[in-house]
Design a protein around this ligand. Structure first.
Ligand SMILES: Cc1cc2nc3c(=O)[nH]c(=O)nc-3n(C[C@H](O)[C@H](O)[C@H](O)COP(=O)(O)OP(=O)(O)OC[C@H]3O[C@@H](n4cnc5c(N)ncnc54)[C@H](O)[C@@H]3O)c2cc1C
Length: 388
């Protein structure tokens, strides 16, 4: 049996990004096998993320195929409606299909990269390397990078919310979108006791992706998402007639489940499977890029992929858990929590979500949040984690 240097189990966002970074590194001639059950030839999702514009921040590797870059975003909350200052950041949008095509064009240049459309049944560590069984065939490699592992999302000591959403790309008769400003949260929808908002990515004045998004524990039926989308469009957008050209549906775990990035010597979990999703927001794309670049850097330098994370960075996991606890227990209306977070912390919030702030800035941000709900959440998180 051929032994590969690297097997990438799951060629989605994390798997293909990893392959891309390996090919840009001194490891570009190593043998790589990518396994996925899908062909990734559909525009199955849209990624948005923010990036700094300072000299020290390197633009994303997929900059050439970004669909939009915005200098400003807008917000509709409990006490504020209007633009939010992005400061040194830009909000960017990448269409799934453009990302897949871009990476595939790069992979095609390298005969040492193989791809197979197969369903993976098992991944296990052996003394000889990481071992994968897919469509009853065995494969082995020095390292298996796994983005197919499913989180449990059922442990009582954790908070296991879901971010779920359905969106329509609509084209309207009348101009009704501001192409300069995506709307990152519009809370003018019935909260129904949890956290619900509309998210709008404008392509031009008459075309946009309009998404109904929830942070809670249970999915809706297709008809329920559709009804809320229709209600919002009728009530708040002066569209005239409109046509739906694409739909997008997604579920992202918002969980503080402890994830093992390196469960064993030859297996490394990446992407959502590796816990790269920011638990309190669901944003995954940019963190995955950063973490994968660190993994490839270590691999090229030391032969081992393991990422070192300082213990003090662990405080952000605690913040995420507290935030999830406030949402899960409904300790304070979510629309007001987000309004405070985004509108009272301009210039700080995006760095905070990037886990790139100083402790003093974090204390300033916490001072803008409702004191008792967050204090109660802090003690409840401690109790649950200690009991778990
Ligand atoms: C619709 C949608 C929109 C999103 N928007 C954003 C956003 O705007 N910003 C952001 O930061 N994050 C966003 N996310 C969250 C996150 O960035 C994406 O889910 C991202 O694709 C996660 O990357 P991944 O590689 O972990 O998983 P995936 O991209 O889902 O890749 C996993 C791959 O593994 C394959 N696979 C799984 N099991 C098997 C198996 N048994 N055998 C073979 N193949 C298998 C799948 O086919 C898939 O290709 C979004 C998620 C969704 C679903």
């Amino acid at each position: 049996m051929k032994k590969y240097d690297f097997i990438i189990a799951g060629g989605g966002m994390a798997g293909l990004s990893l392959a891309y970074y390996l090919l840009q590194s001194p490891l570009r001639n190593r043998s790589i096998l990518i396994l996925d059950r899908e062909l990734k030839n559909r525009n199955d999702r849209t990624w948005c993320f923010w990036e700094g514009t300072t000299k020290s921040s390197r633009p994303c590797a997929f900059e050439p195929v970004l669909f939009r870059t915005w200098n400003s975003v807008s917000f509709n909350g409990t006490t504020y409606a209007g633009p939010i200052d992005l400061g040194k950041y830009r909000y960017k949008m990448l269409r799934g299909i453009d990302f897949y095509d871009f990476v595939q064009a790069e992979l095609a240049k390298y005969p040492n990269v193989e791809q197979k459309q197969v369903s993976i049944d098992r991944i296990k560590d052996t003394p000889q390397g990481g071992f994968v069984i897919a469509n009853d065939e065995p494969y082995i490699a020095d390292y298996v990078f796994d983005s197919t592992f499913a989180l449990k999302l059922d442990q009582p000591e954790n908070h296991n919310l879901l971010q779920h959403f359905k969106g329509w790309v609509i084209t309207t008769e009348k101009p009704c979108f501001d192409p300069q400003q995506p709307k990152i949260m519009d809370f003018r929808v019935d909260q129904q006791g949890d956290c619900r908002f509309i998210y709008i990515l404008p392509f031009d004045e008459k075309t946009a992706l309009v998404e109904y998004t929830l942070f809670n524990g249970s999915l809706l039926t297709d008809d329920e998402y559709d009804a809320e989308l229709r209600r919002y469009i009728d009530q708040f957008l002066d569209t005239g007639a409109y046509q739906i050209s694409e739909t997008e549906y997604g579920v992202i775990p918002m969980s503080d489940e402890r994830t093992e990035e390196n469960p064993s010597e030859h297996i490394i979990r990446i992407g959502t499977a590796g816990g790269f999703t920011k638990a309190s927001t669901g944003y995954t794309f940019q963190r995955t890029q950063r973490y994968l670049q660190a993994i490839v850097h270590n691999l090229a330098k030391t032969g081992k992929p393991n990422r070192q994370v300082s213990w003090f960075k662990g405080r952000f996991k605690l913040y995420d858990s507290i935030f999830l606890n406030v949402l899960e227990k409904n300790r304070h209306p979510a629309d007001d929590v987000f309004t405070r977070v985004y509108t009272k912390n301009p210039r700080r919030i995006f760095a905070f979500l990037d886990e790139d702030t100083r402790f003093i800035d974090e204390l300033r941000l916490f001072a803008t949040l409702p004191f008792w709900p967050f204090t109660q959440a802090f003690f409840d998180v401690l109790r649950r984690k200690l009991a778990g």
